[in-house]
Design a protein around this ligand. Structure first.
Ligand code: V47
Length: 350
């Protein structure tokens, strides 16, 4: 059985086989990923109506790829009050949002309550809104800053109304690359441990991979393998989200952005390797809307959502600061030959 036949028969690929997929014919690779996508999701492309809120950009960590945190590269520090956050939530609630996605920098000045109380306030006022909040990097920061165990922080999140965890902070798990791009932040092992503990509480989360900077193809495959291994144990990851590195306003100084060809290959390979993760998100914020639409034919079955406002990736050059209109979004999915299906945050169809 050759590799193509093996994949079509639904067999799992090894590290070496996954790496070899980068050398396969581009369209043949796309067809393989598309065949798996069709088997799992047909022509459906999921989206949700969500709003990203990034309540503070003051950060104790210094990740080289980040243009969002307030340091020398971005002197405009801000920290929202809970009243300001509640104003935003009130507004999006009246306009039909089902999910609020809250991710902050690691701000040592606010106190733990500032991070947690906002969830309780949102949940009390809008019990139907799904709160996706706190990356494993934030959990690790809060644990270190306030002398609490991961278990304690995770239990506090649940007590205060967090429903699921976003996939941020995974970056690249390879320790050498990680040390170079974000030394001092949550380690790979800790990131996976936090998600494992979250899943053990019966909760779901996502997982990202930041690529297109200094990592190699082998580093990407290694990243996927570590996800697949944990997912075999917990089955708690809903979605894999490859985030395309944005080149502006940060200290990585990558002159050559990754090509569309390499992005689509990586998407397709992740669909093949991550046979136990149900959804693959083409996050249009970092891939552009156009490429996200093409990625639907390379394994992606989820295009995130309308987003409305986004600060982390737009600070690094992504054209996502003001989101995208719902009618435009669904029309684009339809015009590219797929069926837009609104989902809730746990992938139930609405
Ligand atoms: O963890 C930071 C990334 C992430 C850059 O779970 C950058 O549904 C590209 O995790 N270029 C935050 N990326 C965003 C995130 C996310 C987004 C959408 C959906 C979900 C989900 C999660 O943004 C960070 C980091 O990896 N990031 N700087 C940059 N220059």
């Amino acid at each position: 059985m050759n590799l193509r036949e093996k994949i079509l028969a639904g067999h799992r690929v090894s590290f070496d086989e996954a790496l070899a997929l980068y050398d396969m014919d581009f369209f043949e690779l796309g067809e393989l990923a598309d065949a798996i996508r069709k088997k799992k999701h047909g022509k459906k492309t999921y989206y949700n109506i969500n709003r990203h809120i990034n309540p503070t950009n003051v950060c104790a960590d210094i990740c080289k790829f980040c243009a969002y945190s307030a340091t020398r590269k971005n002197p405009n520090q801000y920290t929202m009050t809970h009243e300001q956050i509640m104003e935003i939530v009130k507004d999006i609630n009246t306009r039909g949002a089902k999910e609020v996605h809250i991710v902050s920098a690691h701000n040592p000045n606010t106190g733990l309550e500032w991070y947690l109380d906002i969830f309780k306030k949102i949940k009390t006022a809008y019990p139907h809104l799904h709160i996706k909040a706190l990356t494993a990097a934030e959990v690790d920061f809060l644990s270190r800053e306030y002398g609490k165990s991961y278990d304690e922080i995770l239990d506090l999140m649940i007590e205060n109304g967090v429903d699921s965890m976003p996939g941020g902070g995974a970056e690249i798990f390879d320790e050498e690359i990680r040390d170079y791009i974000c030394k001092g932040k949550v380690t790979s092992q800790q990131w996976l441990e936090i998600h494992q503990k979250w899943h053990e509480r019966g909760k779901k989360s996502n997982v990202t991979m930041l690529f297109g900077h200094v990592e190699s193809r082998a580093n990407r495959i290694d990243h996927m393998m570590r996800i697949r291994e944990l997912q075999d144990i917990t089955h708690g990851f809903n979605c894999f989200i490859p985030l395309v590195y944005q080149t502006e306003n940060n200290y990585l100084n990558i002159k050559e952005p990754i090509t569309a060809n390499e992005i689509l290959k990586t998407m397709a390979i992740s669909r093949i390797v991550l046979d136990n993760v149900p959804n693959l998100k083409a996050y249009w914020v970092t891939s552009t809307v156009n490429l996200a639409l093409v990625a639907q034919e390379f394994g992606a079955n989820d295009l995130d959502g309308t987003i409305e406002k986004e600060s982390i990736n737009s600070a690094a050059g992504a054209k996502s600061a003001n989101g995208v209109k719902l009618e435009d979004f669904t029309a684009l999915i339809k015009n590219s030959g797929f069926i837009p299906v609104e989902r809730d945050s746990l992938y139930n169809e609405i």
